[in-house]
Design a protein around this ligand. Structure first.
Ligand SMILES: Nc1ncnc2c1ncn2[C@@H]1O[C@H](COP(=O)(O)OP(=O)(O)OP(=O)(O)O)[C@@H](O)[C@H]1O
Ligand SMILES: [Mg+2]
Length: 222
């Protein structure tokens, strides 16, 4: 019988998301609405290496969710971890992805949401946490509250460069996925970031972001 994570038995609940790396099902845990995030075996990797990567990302995601919460970020409550199956069981956040909401938010609501986004990003960075996949698909909005998810690529780092990489990704996401509101959203996000991190720190991160963008341009093959 296979003992490889993800192959032992189907996940409980209903499938709500099928990603490249993970499947998400919605079910219950001890009577509470719960999400099961399970990293699937990837055929193109050597099995032993694949198992170890999926377990490592699962542990990392659990650790970083806890650390982000300690820094004052809203993130799902962790219920359990099933390491052999590379699965996390966590609170089901009854909200919508910011990516799906952006188009229907009023101007003042969008301004408020992105200012909060910026404040949370700054809080993570000030606490030495890089999110690693900071996009509007990885933020759930419940009322006015923003919950950050998908911490599998997060890292502990105080490097300006790493923090700027987070900002670069959200900037690219806004420009690529929400072009109509990208500039206004970025302005709000940066305002929130500066108010939390302080003007000096914000200016330094912004300078680093510009430098990354310049490097990206020169490196591009036309
Ligand atoms: N705790 C949660 N509550 C509600 N919905 C969730 C929760 N966690 C995940 N989801 C839903 O599942 C989707 C995918 O989750 P997530 O972003 O964690 O996985 P992913 O993008 O496949 O991650 P990766 O590919 O990096 O492993 C989210 O965009 C969200 O819609
Ligand atoms: Mg995601």
């Amino acid at each position: 019988m296979s003992t490889r994570p993800g192959e032992a038995e189907p996940l409980p609940g209903t499938l709500i998301y099928r990603g490249a790396e993970a499947d998400i099902t919605l079910g219950t845990w001890q009577g509470l609405g719960a999400v099961f995030k399970s990293r699937k075996p990837l055929r193109y990797r050597l099995p032993a290496l694949d198992d170890s990567i999926r377990r490592q990302r699962t542990v990392r995601e659990a650790e970083m969710i806890e650390q982000a919460k300690r820094a004052g970020i809203r993130a799902p409550f962790l219920y359990a971890m099933d390491l052999p199956r590379a699965t996390l069981v966590m609170e089901y956040v009854r909200g919508d992805r910011l990516r799906d909401l952006v188009g229907s938010l009023r101007t003042d609501e969008a301004e408020d949401a992105f200012e909060r986004f910026g404040r949370s990003a700054a809080r993570m960075h000030t606490a030495g946490i890089m999110h690693g996949d900071l996009t509007t698909a990885n933020v759930l909005m419940k009322g006015k509250d923003l919950f950050f998810i998908d911490f599998g690529l997060s890292a502990r780092t105080d490097r300006l460069e790493d923090h700027a990489v987070d900002l670069r990704l959200i900037k690219e996401t806004l420009v690529g996925a929400h072009p109509g509101v990208a500039q206004a959203a970025l302005d709000s996000l940066f305002r929130g970031y500066a108010s939390e991190a302080g003007t000096q720190r914000f200016r330094s991160v912004l300078r680093q972001l510009k430098s990354i963008e310049r490097r990206g341009r020169y490196a591009r093959v036309e």
